[in-house]
Design a protein around this ligand. Structure first.
Ligand code: GUN
Length: 281
């Protein structure tokens, strides 16, 4: 039976570290770090995520703002809002929750955020810096995944890591971070010919597809570390990941649950990134 990686407990410890830092930062710089979260439209999952992000900011004692814009907000208005926040010396971090309504270009919006306020690490300059190994803001979910893998005590160096999913938000950056830890990395995706043949060899398996039961027990190497980034609703409306938790936890050495695994870590890393942005400025 696998050890459960308790993302909730680990994220709470990180948030408490940040919470302890805030009074020191305020004493030194005369103000608290400030995170601004923007949501466009009514996507129910996004509503929950942004609420949790603002709640975490309140918990750690930083300033936060939540801007709710209607679904039909023109792209130009959103870009103008971002420009205002870029110019606002009291704002340290700007996060635009994705996905955006179809009429708005996500790339344009992400790249409109000042690079040094890009708490998500999605700006093309931050992505470029990550890939060439320069200092940068590292995307929250991938950063949280690495933290969870390290919490198991395994040495990542030399291990075979298989990442399932190639999104810009998770798959690609988590692969780069694993590479930075000297893992041998394979990125699998929807066109991969024989997924099971790859996952069966993985010492570390990160699954970020957004589909239930992509990885089942017969696909996992005994003792592997399995990180489930998925956040789906099953037929009964229950929250579940991309991994068949019940089956895989019989085989894996370590596994993250959903909920209570990667999700809370994303938010804890967002708090850390906001502090980084504050200090950058
Ligand atoms: N949508 C899903 N995950 C994320 C994230 O980490 N940041 C933002 N901005 N949107 C998301």
């Amino acid at each position: 039976m696998a050890n459960i990686i308790d993302g909730k407990a680990i994220s709470l410890a990180i948030k408490d570290e940040v919470k302890a830092q805030i009074p020191e930062l305020e004493a030194k710089y005369g103000r608290k770090p400030c995170l601004c979260v923007i949501i466009v439209g009514e996507n129910p999952a996004s509503q929950v995520y942004v609420r949790n992000k603002v709640k975490a900011a309140e918990y750690v004692g930083m300033k936060s703002m939540l801007l709710r814009l209607p679904e039909e907000t023109p792209e130009a208005d959103l870009l103008a809002t971002i420009q205002k926040l870029n110019a606002d010396s009291e704002v340290d971090g700007i996060l635009v929750q994705l996905p955006l309504p179809k009429h708005i270009s996500e790339d344009k919006v992400i790249d409109a955020i000042a690079k040094e306020k890009d708490v998500d690490g999605f700006h093309v300059l931050n992505v470029g810096s990550l890939w060439i190994g320069d200092k940068c803001i590292v995307p929250c979910t991938p950063k949280g995944c690495i933290h969870l893998i390290k919490s198991t005590g395994i040495d990542i160096k030399g291990k075979l890591a298989v990442v399932v999913g190639r999104s810009n938000i998770v798959g690609k950056p988590v692969a780069k971070l694993l590479l930075d830890e000297n893992a041998t990395v394979v990125i699998a995706h929807s066109r991969t010919a024989d997924l099971k043949a790859l996952t069966l060899q993985a010492d570390i398996l990160v699954v970020a597809v957004g589909k239930e039961n992509v990885v089942t027990a017969d696909m996992v190497k005994p003792g592997a570390v399995v990180i489930d980034v998925g956040m789906n609703r099953n037929a009964e409306g229950k929250l579940c990941g991309d991994v068949d938790f019940a089956g895989v936890s019989e085989v894996a050495g370590w596994i993250t649950p959903v909920p209570g695994g990667v999700g809370p870590m994303t938010i804890a890393m967002l708090m850390k990134n906001t502090i980084e942005c504050f200090l950058l400025r």
